[in-house]
Design a protein around this ligand. Structure first.
Ligand code: C2E
Ligand code: CA
Ligand code: CA
Length: 874
């Protein structure tokens, strides 16, 4: 026993007085004993002093064990009237030993025991006496000692002590026995304490209810059930003792354990809810969905009635710091939504507790209050929501007090636990994380959709916007306009004053454009000095007003880095009609209209519809693209061989321009050459053609092929260009091509226009050795005699004659006449557009020199020419 842990030892006083005999476990450190009810151990005996003695627990040195000392008298040191006898001896103080008999008076005595603790099961076993004898044999029971050392002079018998000190009496679990008739045969003190109405209620008492029928039904000797008595939950172990026909119950109070289980389960649910909420905030791409889901999960987990998220902002009128409820979850069995209530929108912080809310939350201090603690303003507002208690924690975003989260209980004044607060703080952190991520995402998206220089939407965003606008476009109620805008002369400013000034100018223009439009309208930077605008729901009048406002806004002088800049802008406008719902077409139309505006003299706007009426759009579009064709290397040269009628071999090549526009595909030279002519671009293009053709011809020669004459077409504008001669000779020198292998084709109309000037130019060129050819002969209605004075080498009969050769009976005669006459003038005669044998046979018959046409070759790329050249020399 000595080496046993004191925790395993029980100190017990078995007391006998006028009231009877009872066992009292000594659990407190100090116990008073006396007649007075207020004593820890009250003795019912008139000869016992009001406060007779004190029991003091004393720890033994170097051990965890302790003993009790009994001291005569009260706490004030006043001895008892009749004193104390220990084992018959009078003492004033005494260390109690196991088996000591204490006598307080003739009618009151007690015996002190130290007994080892045993497990409940074991106690029960011993209590039932099943293994008692066995136990006793194996290890000495304290009661052996008890019996052995019992003082013979004590007044109560050994049998009584054993019974009194028997475990059922002592153990703190209720034990109840009934017989097969349902009569209570035994209940221990604890049972009477826990179930005071046991006798009164009998079989009606929950502890006894159904016991008899249960035992009858069950074959097992032992069964366990849970019962609830006066708010406490007991586990009732029921034994049927066959020999004595008794039903014995052993009850354990499991209330605490049950509550622990419930709260554990609740905490589990709460934590699970929080985990899902946090995950949802992490992975759900839609922030609104994520927050709503998180509030719901946490609200359900914490069993609150409302969870709300508030966002800070400045008050709409006073501009003081205020908050608005942005998200709410509520238990709809208990309350209704409060998010739409005006008192939770645009509510200044100073409404609450004189601004304490703001002070606390912004200092990262949670606020928790129950109804009794509400300030009058809180009470007033919270009564509208039935809130009884609340817990608020702040949300910080980048260290700024962004808003707060609240838990609300509307059924009770809940004292918020640390774990509930921890959960709400965790939710606040996660929300903040989600907001931060959203912010970053937004920033990335903003950057992807905005122009860095002007911060205006970029092309991509504008395309999205125009698509959206077209999707909800309803012609009956809406007009939609797209404006394309380009600064006049921006390039000059950029080139002369530098990019810094250019950039500043664009930024300032952007600002002025924003000021010129309505909030629902969009202005975007298209690139360079081009801007696009989208005016949804715009009347024609409004579109005109806007366009005029923009023209005026841009006209105002720009003061940038010490420069006073005056610029203007041109605007092309297209209005959306039913057939035209393709954003690309709309933009193209606006762009075309913009060129219309430029052509009309800049600093003005132009409607696309007006252009359509003028039948201009296609040309304008070509023009626009053509300007980029050279730089973008969209132009190539094809070559069409000419076939000598005698040898039937290739005796010349005509260089023909090909333009592949990436968006529209191949464009016929018949279409774009006149446009290039008109805008003067033909000069640059023509020079490129000439250089490319000469270089190519020279390259073939260098590759060892016999020299072949390459013809290059000259357009009228090119022909009138001063310095043509220098350009041609320059290119010849540059490429190293001998002039006699270059032939220039000019149309009949060029040849006869400008009389003397033309003649001079041709003579100069011819003097260098360059060959001259008259193209499309027969279309200009000029007489051969007029051409006679010019230095010509070749005459090309227009393909329209060849085409109509077999259908128009006059044509063969005309062709024959031209050929004969031309040959007489010493010209080489080429027939164009030969497509069939019949035509070829006729031309053969009239001794035409050469032919050109699809019958032999279509215009082909240089690589295919190379193949022909190879065949010729093999
Ligand atoms: P063109 O100078 O009369 O060129 C002959 C045109 O007739 C070419 O059209 C050629 O492809 C086409 N052709 C040739 N054989 C036949 C045939 O058997 N049947 C038919 N139906 N057509 C045939 P392409 O290449 O479309 O050129 C059209 C015009 O564009 C040219 O007429 C020329 O005036 C102009 N052009 C072409 N390239 C240039 C260039 O580099 N500079 C200039 N200034 N004008 C060019
Ligand atoms: Ca030609
Ligand atoms: Ca021709």
């Amino acid at each position: 026993m000595g080496n046993q842990n004191s925790e395993n030892l029980h100190h017990l006083l078995v007391l006998q007085d006028l009231q009877g005999t009872r066992a009292i476990p000594l659990e407190a450190a100090t116990l008073s004993i006396g007649r007075d009810d207020k004593n820890a151990i009250a003795i019912n005996s008139p000869s016992v002093s009001r406060q007779h003695a004190i029991l003091l627990r004393i720890s033994l040195p170097d051990s965890q064990e302790h003993v009790f000392q009994i001291i005569d008298g009260n706490f004030q040191g006043q001895p008892s009237t009749n004193g104390i006898l220990i084992n018959g001896k009078k003492i004033t103080a005494h260390h109690l030993q196991h088996g000591d008999v204490i006598q307080f008076s003739n009618q009151a005595q007690a015996k002190y025991y130290i007994i080892p603790d045993l497990s409940d099961e074991n106690l029960l076993k011993i209590a039932e006496g099943e293994d008692f004898s066995e136990n006793r044999l194996q290890e000495p029971s304290p009661f052996d000692t008890l019996i052995g050392s019992t003082d013979q002079r004590q007044e109560f018998s050994e049998a009584a002590i054993i019974r009194l000190a028997s475990f059922p009496e002592l153990i703190p679990n209720p034990i109840i026995e009934i017989n097969s008739l349902g009569e209570l045969t035994y209940s221990n003190p604890e049972a009477m304490l826990q179930f005071p109405r046991l006798r009164e209620l009998g079989l009606e008492h929950p502890v006894l209810a159904n016991l008899l029928s249960l035992i009858k039904e069950e074959t097992a000797v032992q069964l366990i059930r849970e019962i609830e008595v006066r708010g406490k939950i007991f586990e009732q172990a029921i034994h049927y003792i066959e020999e004595s026909n008794l039903i014995r119950s052993f009850l354990t109070d499991i209330t605490a354990r049950k509550q622990g289980e419930i709260s554990l389960m609740q905490r589990d649910q709460l934590l699970q809810g929080v985990t899902i909420a946090v995950t949802s905030l992490l992975i759900e791409p839609n922030l609104n969905t994520a927050i709503n889901q998180a509030l719901k999960l946490v609200g359900e987990g914490a069993k609150v009635d409302r969870v709300c998220l508030f966002k800070n902002h400045s008050h709409s009128l006073s501009e003081k710091i205020a908050m608005s409820m942005g998200y709410e979850w509520f238990n709809h069995h208990i309350v209704s939504a409060s998010i739409d209530h005006p008192h939770w929108q645009d509510q200044p912080y100073h409404t609450f507790s004189e601004g304490k809310w703001y002070n606390n939350l912004s200092e990262n201090e949670p606020i928790t209050k129950t109804r009794s603690e509400f300030s009058s303003d809180e009470a007033e507002i919270f009564s509208l929501d039935q809130t009884q208690s609340f817990l608020l924690v702040p949300i910080f975003l980048n260290q700024y007090f962004w808003g707060y989260l609240g838990f609300y209980d509307c059924q009770q004044s809940r004292q918020w636990t640390a774990s509930e607060q921890a959960v709400l703080v965790m939710l606040a952190t996660s929300v903040s994380g989600a907001l931060q991520r959203k912010k970053t995402e937004n920033l990335i998206q903003y950057r992807a959709l905005h122009d860095t220089l002007t911060q205006l939407p970029n092309r991509r965003l504008f395309e999205q916007e125009i698509n959206n606008a077209l999707n909800d476009f309803d012609k009956k109620t809406q007009q939609l306009a797209v404006l394309f805008l380009d600064l006049d002369r921006f390039k000059v400013i950029n080139d002369t004053l530098g990019h810094t000034v250019g950039d500043k100018l664009l930024q300032e223009v952007a600002r002025r454009l924003i000021k010129s439009i309505q909030p629902a309208e969009i202005v975007a930077r298209w690139g360079g000095d081009e801007f696009v605008l989208l005016l949804p729901q715009a009347s024609l009048k409004h579109v005109i007003t806007t366009a005029e406002a923009i023209l005026k806004a841009v006209e105002v002088v720009f003061s940038l880095e010490g420069h006073e800049l005056y610029i203007t802008t041109s605007i092309g406008i297209t209005l959306v009609d039913q057939q035209n719902r393709d954003p690309e077409i709309l933009l193209r139309q606006a762009d075309t209209a913009l060129y219309g505006a430029k052509e009309k003299g800049k600093n003005q706007y132009q409607f696309y519809t007006d252009l359509v009426n003028q039948k201009l759009p296609q040309k304008l579009m070509l023009e626009r693209y053509l300007r980029k064709a050279l730089a973008n290397e969209e132009l190539t040269l094809y070559y069409q061989p000419k076939i000598n009628m005698l040898t039937r071999e290739m005796d010349g090549l005509e260089a023909l321009l090909r333009w592949h526009q990436p968006e529209i595909g191949f464009v016929s030279p018949n279409l774009f050459i006149p446009v290039a002519e008109e805008i003067g671009l033909i000069v640059q293009i023509g020079e490129w053609v000439l250089r490319t053709a000469c270089a190519q011809s020279k390259a073939w020669q260098k590759a060892g092929f016999p020299p072949i004459v390459v013809s290059v077409n000259l357009s009228p504008r090119q022909f009138c260009q001063p310095g043509l001669e220098e350009m041609v000779t320059g290119i010849l020198a540059e490429t190293g091509l001998e002039p006699r292998y270059l032939e220039l084709e000019i149309t009949e109309s060029i040849a006869i226009a400008n009389g003397e000037l033309t003649k001079q130019v041709l003579e100069d060129l011819h003097a260098h050795g360059v060959r001259i050819s008259i193209d499309d002969f027969g279309t200009g209605h000029s007489s051969l005699s007029r051409l006679h004075s010019l230095p010509l080498d070749t005459l090309k009969i227009d393909q329209s004659f060849v085409r109509d050769l077999t259908t128009d009976s006059k044509i063969p005669h005309i062709i024959q006449a031209i050929t004969t006459l031309g040959q007489q003038l010493g010209l080489n005669i080429v027939a164009e557009g030969v497509e069939n044998q019949e035509q070829l046979d006729f031309l053969d018959g009239i001794k035409c020199d050469s032919v050109q046409g699809f019958f032999f070759y279509e215009p082909i790329p240089s690589t295919e020419v190379l193949e022909i050249l190879k065949k010729m020399i093999s």
